[in-house]
Write a protein that binds this ligand. Structure first.
Ligand code: SAM
Length: 193
């Protein structure tokens, strides 16, 4: 991880102080945003990766659409919470890790990259984007959702994150939604490149 990205240690400390800092488990805003995300996704993905799973609220919803789902986050507390939240579900694996350094091995049909890209400085963002695209099977998809109002301390804006993916030659837009405070893009990996 390069200088300029938000240090994963910041999130490790944050979850030690607060079990659910963004109130993912109880916020109507997050519930509606997750519903909007699920609405653009396919009914089923064989193998999915969720980057930045936090406490596993979206993980639990997404798992019902996936044969297997690997969910990662730098915070051990958050990962343990996600593991417990999804313990009753088949095929969910949780692991500590931060992108781009800990990008998992393997190929996926779906990679979600939501509310996390703005913590990465440009070169880390591009490295992560390229790892995501390389790990997508032909026809695979990547979902991005990011808060749009400016936030002090973020390394990039939502627009910069989504634009970086839009410019990748192997990605094509599948769905786009603009809400008052977030933007959502689903990209598909083009076949035959
Ligand atoms: C605002 S929360 C978003 C959680 C979830 N993706 C969602 O949309 O509900 C940001 C999460 O990103 C995680 N995170 C921060 N930097 C990361 C990195 N470099 N790699 C993976 N996850 C990271 C944090 O630990 C935190 O759980």
């Amino acid at each position: 991880m390069r200088a300029g990205s938000v240090d994963p240690g910041y999130f490790v400390d944050l979850y030690r102080r607060e079990s659910d800092p963004w109130k993912f488990a109880s916020s109507p805003y997050e519930r509606d945003k997750y519903a909007a995300s699920l609405a653009v996704l396919q009914p089923h993905y064989e193998r999915a990766l969720e980057i930045a799973c936090s406490v596993g609220v979206f993980t639990r919803l997404l798992a019902r659409r996936c044969g297997s789902l690997l969910a990662i986050d730098p915070s051990p507390e958050a990962v343990e919470c996600a593991r417990k939240r999804c313990a009753h579900l088949h095929g969910v694996t949780t692991r500590c890790g931060a992108v781009p350094d800990d990008y998992p091995e393997g190929m996926f049909d779906l990679v979600t990259f939501c509310e996390v890209g703005f913590y990465l400085v440009h070169d880390d963002l591009i490295e992560t984007r390229d790892r995501i695209v390389a790990s997508l099977r032909a026809g695979g998809q990547t979902l991005l959702v990011h808060w749009t109002p400016p936030v002090q301390g973020h390394a990039a804006s939502a627009a910069e994150v989504h634009q970086a993916f839009a410019l990748h030659p192997e990605l094509r837009a599948v769905a786009h939604r603009d809400a008052p405070t977030y933007t959502l893009d689903l990209f598909g990996k083009v076949t035959g490149m």
